[in-house]
Write a protein that binds this ligand. Structure first.
Ligand code: 1PX
Length: 214
């Protein structure tokens, strides 16, 4: 475990996702990115073997943050406004990555797919047996979700990294939310919010036929 792991709690990270959905059922970009940044910080505490994963996540977070810091920042306030703006202005490569290789829509889609994995992984952790292996929960949920979008070499590297994960109870304690039971209770509270964010985004992307963006 790297230094710094004991200084922050995953509760604060997951709370960011509770602030994502607006009254109009729109997904706010800032708390979404704040949630991912906290998760990446946690991932970095698990060891350097995960750096290739956190680096990719950071790259994607920064691409969207740059839009939020640009002159068009208001257009990127919510996922809904981002989709509307980028589609209306031809800023999304729909068939092949070319003129707009790092559109907000395609970049957000990568995080959205990862959120699906996160949702399943946290649910697996929450409902797993005391001494079940986090590595098994992680690889099963990865294979059922994100792996479908990754080439063989990434899947292989991810599989190797997962082996470094501690047992479920040690992992739950690493989250710094209190006892393993308290961590499980916190997951039960946070998961419905994460599921809601995922569901709203999935519906939006499906409606605009954006789920396969290159
Ligand atoms: C309480 C639990 C907290 C766990 C925190 C874990 C944070 C994980 C952050 C994962 C973010 C992954 C983003 C991946 C985005 C992606 O799919 N990128 C690929 C496609 O991008 P491209 O631009 O090429 O279209 C890219 O090829 C990915 C490269 C890096 C490998 C991604 C492996 C993802 C494995 C996810 C499982 C993380 C295991 C964490 C263990 C706790």
């Amino acid at each position: 475990m790297a230094a710094g792991a004991e200084t922050f709690s995953l509760r604060e990270v997951l709370v960011a996702f509770t602030a994502c959905v607006s009254e109009q059922r729109e997904v706010r970009v800032d708390p979404y990115l704040a949630g991912w940044k906290g998760l990446v910080r946690f991932l970095n505490c698990l060891g350097t073997i995960f750096s290739f994963i956190s680096k990719d996540a950071v790259t994607k977070i920064e691409i969207i943050e740059n839009y939020r810091n640009s002159d068009q920042r208001e257009k990127y306030l919510t996922v809904q406004s981002m989709v509307e703006y980028e589609l209306a202005n031809g800023l999304v490569d729909l068939q092949k990555r070319s003129e707009h290789p790092d559109s907000g829509c395609r970049t957000f889609l990568r995080l959205h797919r990862a959120l699906h994995w996160l949702q399943m992984f946290l649910e697996g952790l929450r409902t797993g047996e005391d001494n079940s292996k986090t590595s098994v929960i992680c690889s099963e949920t990865y294979n059922a979700s994100l792996a479908n979008y990754h080439p063989w070499i990434i899947r292989k590297a991810a599989g190797v990294a997962f082996c470094a994960l501690p047992t479920r109870n040690t992992f739950l304690e690493t989250m710094n939310v209190g006892t393993a039971e308290e961590a499980v209770a916190m997951l039960g509270e946070a998961l419905p919010y994460i599921c809601e964010v995922y569901k709203i985004t999935e519906e939006l992307y499906a409606q605009h036929k954006l789920l396969d963006l290159p």
